[in-house]
Design a protein around this ligand. Sequence first.
Ligand code: AMP
Ligand code: MG
Length: 341
Amino acid sequence: MKISRIITLASLPAILLLAAYFYVQAMRAVRMVDATEFCMGTVVRIKVPLVSGMDETDIRRAMDMAFEEIARAESVFSIFREDSEISAINRLGPGEKLNISREVYDLIEKSVEYSKKTQGAFDITVKPLVDLWGRAKADRKLPSDDEVKTALLRVGYQYVELDRPGLSISFLRPGMALDMGGVAKGYAVDMAVKSLRESGVGNGIVSAGGDMYCLGRRSEQRPWRVGIRHPRDKGAIFKEVNVCDEAIDTSGDYEKYFILDGRRYSHIIDPRTGYPVGGDVASATVIAKDSATADILATSLCVLGRGGLDIAGSVEGVHAMIIMEKNGILKDEATDGFKKN
Ligand code: AMP
Ligand code: MG
């Protein structure tokens, strides 16, 4: 027998093993139906694995309906649209009452509940401060302490009066206004997920900027695996986590911010002081049963820092991690549930 034939025969098991490996990998590679749209000022992406049960046409139809839900949520909660319900609320004078839809009532009530839980770190009445700091960014000039104090007089969830039987809202102080920017994207993701489920889609992801929900699994063999962005190295992943029928949202100081006189000013404001958060939290990631909760808590943790981890961890189904930066060195801290992931 020739030497070369002996070698070929000897390596046959290895070749068969390799072939089996690639066959299994090919079976694992699930085709995804993927669509992207620009809404709510960000890129919204829906991805659904093409597995048994639904064909691509059915999935695309379900995705279109989910995108419509996001557009509908945006038209209700946007502060940039004069005809939204939130804009109508923002035109209220002190003591004036407005009847609102149950949907808007529920999200405002949930937000106020979390204002209480977070000791005021999360507050949708933050709009006068958001506007003040927005002008600072545009004019490249910081507001005076007096201007901050004056804006603070118009901020405070305690001055929002909600009447559930009558489904109405009123402000107890003049000049108040709502900004749902810290929760609306997460809520819209939840609405899209609800729509997908109603259409029979049991697996997929919906993502809008830093807010994401993972439905079911990526495939029978694999859960969805989500990369948490590195807050200081664009394009790099800091950590990966498995997410299954849960939302995962990240807020940070690295996307929307401005730098003035060498200082970084975040788009997240501490409603208790009136100043943009300037502590050492570079980003906060929250896993929760729904995306609105994850969105609220991710924003809250950017204000609260590590002290907020206990608050977040006390909410059922919530796991959280914050990445802190001190003198250029990053350090992460997480709830026990997050560490177990
Ligand atoms: P997010 O990107 O989810 O962290 O939300 C940030 C947005 O929420 C900002 O652009 C503001 O519109 C709004 N916002 C800023 N600070 C707060 C706060 N402390 N509580 C609630 N909403 C806030
Ligand atoms: Mg948020």
